[in-house]
Design a protein around this ligand. Structure first.
Ligand code: C5P
Length: 222
């Protein structure tokens, strides 16, 4: 349906990416991973040697990188100044730095403008599933379908560690919880369950079940 935006928010490792891509693929929609944009910004700051724990330094430089996001649910791409960073942005270094960088209001303002431009272009063409932390609350508050995914930390850590080829579960859990704490506690666009969002606990659901639930929400909203 034209104009459709599906907002998918939630904690780290709750299944947002797999769910969002699956829903977009099933419904023939485009897909935007806003976390990848914050990761790309963070990767660029680390490359340039910017102190990611100095908000003024991050704010001063965040207009420089050119970040371009693809919207294919089967093969999302992200480039910074023309370099493909899809793999580089998933590193431990980026995991550790992304939440402080994302808490800087100037970073959020810059990426918000890019996100809204992608959403506007894709809603003209048919619709888009957008995942992040503040999609239903800030980026697309008028989205007709909003979901908020959560899961027990143990389930999230086990899934994410498996995705990363058998990474240490305890370290992965610590990394996820550290990001959640900063993302939920920041002043600018904190992670919250948006007004009107349907909460889905994915702890003991399969990916197919969660995708099916969101698809049925979209169909009943249509
Ligand atoms: O979704 P992902 O885990 O890749 O997001 C990485 C980080 O980017 C989050 O922990 C958060 O700090 C930031 N983020 C954000 N707002 C969004 C999406 C991601 O602050 N809409």
């Amino acid at each position: 349906p034209a104009g459709l935006v599906v907002a998918v928010d939630g904690t780290s490792g709750s299944g947002k990416s797999s769910t969002s891509r699956g829903v977009a693929d099933r419904l023939g929609l485009r897909y935007l991973d806003t976390g990848a944009m914050f990761r790309a910004m963070t990767w660029w700051m680390l490359e340039r040697g910017v102190d990611v724990h100095d908000p003024a330094a991050v704010a001063a430089r965040c207009g420089e990188p050119e970040i371009v996001s693809g919207t294919d649910p089967l093969g999302p791409t992200i480039t910074v100044d023309g370099t493909d960073v899809e793999v580089a942005i998933r590193s431990d270094e980026v995991n550790a730095a992304v939440s402080p960088v994302s808490a800087v209001p100037e970073v959020r303002a810059r990426l918000l403008a890019l996100q809204r431009a992608v959403i506007a272009a894709e809603t003209d063409r048919g619709g888009i599933v957008v995942e992040g932390r503040d999609i239903g609350s800030v980026v697309a508050p008028d989205a007709p379908v909003k979901v908020y995914l959560s899961a027990d930390p143990a389930a999230r850590a086990a899934r994410r560690a498996a995705e990363q080829g058998g990474a240490d579960v305890a370290a992965t859990r610590a990394s996820l919880l550290a990001r959640d704490r900063i993302d939920s506690g920041r002043a600018a666009a904190p992670l919250v369950q948006a007004d009107g969002a349907v909460h889905i606990d994915t702890t003991s659901a399969t990916l197919e079940e969660v995708i099916g639930l969101v698809v049925s929400l979209v169909e009943s909203a249509g």
